[in-house]
Design a protein around this ligand. Structure first.
Ligand SMILES: NC(=O)c1ccc[n+]([C@@H]2O[C@H](COP(=O)([O-])OP(=O)(O)OC[C@H]3O[C@@H](n4cnc5c(N)ncnc54)[C@H](O)[C@@H]3O)[C@@H](O)[C@H]2O)c1
Length: 248
């Protein structure tokens, strides 16, 4: 990288987000590790010579305040990775209004808020990258993930529209769709949930490449979409799922 670029990662403190922060730092970015859990974000940032900051993607004030601080103290992000997300598995008819709102707020409205806050700055740089971490659930649907699938499907379409609107600014926007990936979230989803445990065991057995994904599997795809080599790729959705889904 000739001139050090700034990368903002949401939900960067653990799991897939942490791996993305580490891979981007190794690639030479100044990484802004943002997370609702500020202490963990700051700890990781220290380790990778980045900048750690609290950002709750469900709160407009938190997003706008953090982006203002980043612009002021570090500089304008050239790359934004919308990774923060959350899910819990349950049949659609067990979901209530509060659960539905929470899922949509984190997984869909969160990235919308972050893009709204960062794209004006990115435009001034003359080029940039948006990489959104969606899910295969958003491409294909997934049992016990009706609301999450809807939110991630919305995120995929939102990303494609950004790709169209901002192509004139040399800003690309793409989605990475993880399949089942070994992160703390999966441990939390399966704890004390027999149905979820069974569902996840069944998915694991059907992966053609014979294993669960690792956070680094996802991080390398995100880093590629952010790279100079991917400058002509926009509006695309790439699954990193060990072959459990294959695009037609
Ligand atoms: N793990 C999987 O199998 C899998 C599969 C498909 C998609 N994904 C997606 O990958 C992304 C990362 O998932 P993960 O498995 O690493 O999850 P994780 O729970 O292990 O890590 C998520 C991180 O996001 C942070 N976070 C949660 N809510 C936030 C908020 N409101 N604002 C800011 N940060 C917040 C958490 O503190 C945590 O550090 C998510 O978007 C998830 O939907 C994961």
């Amino acid at each position: 990288m000739s001139e050090q670029k700034i990368a903002l990662v949401t939900g960067g403190a653990r799991g897939i987000g942490e791996a993305i922060c580490r891979v981007l730092a190794e690639a030479g970015y100044k990484v802004i590790v943002s997370d609702v859990v500020a202490d963990s974000a700051k700890k990781l940032a220290q380790e990778i010579d980045g900048y750690g900051i609290e950002m709750d993607v469900t709160k407009a004030d938190s997003v706008d305040g953090a982006v203002a601080e980043i612009n002021d103290k570090v500089g304008t992000p050239w790359l934004v990775v919308n990774n923060a997300g959350w899910d819990n598995l349950m049949p659609f008819l067990h979901t209530d209004e509060a659960f539905q709102k929470k899922i949509i707020d984190i997984n869909l409205h969160g990235p919308i808020r972050v893009c709204r806050a960062t794209l004006p700055g990115m435009k001034t740089l003359g080029s940039g990258r948006i990489v959104n971490i969606a899910s295969d659930a958003g491409r294909l649907g997934a049992a016990m993930e009706a609301i999450y699938s809807g939110a991630k499907g919305g995120l995929i379409s939102f990303t494609k529209t950004l790709a169209r609107e901002f192509a004139r600014n040399q800003i690309t926007a793409n989605n990475v769709c993880p399949g089942l990936t070994d992160t703390p979230l999966i441990g939390e989803i399966t704890a004390n949930n027999e149905l979820a445990l069974k569902g996840i065991a069944a998915i694991k057995q059907s992966v053609p490449l014979g294993r669960m994904g690792t956070p680094h599997d996802i991080a390398h795809a995100a880093a590629f979409l952010a790279s100079e080599q991917a400058a002509y790729i926009t509006g695309q959705t790439i699954s990193v799922s060990g072959g459990i889904t294959m695009a037609g």
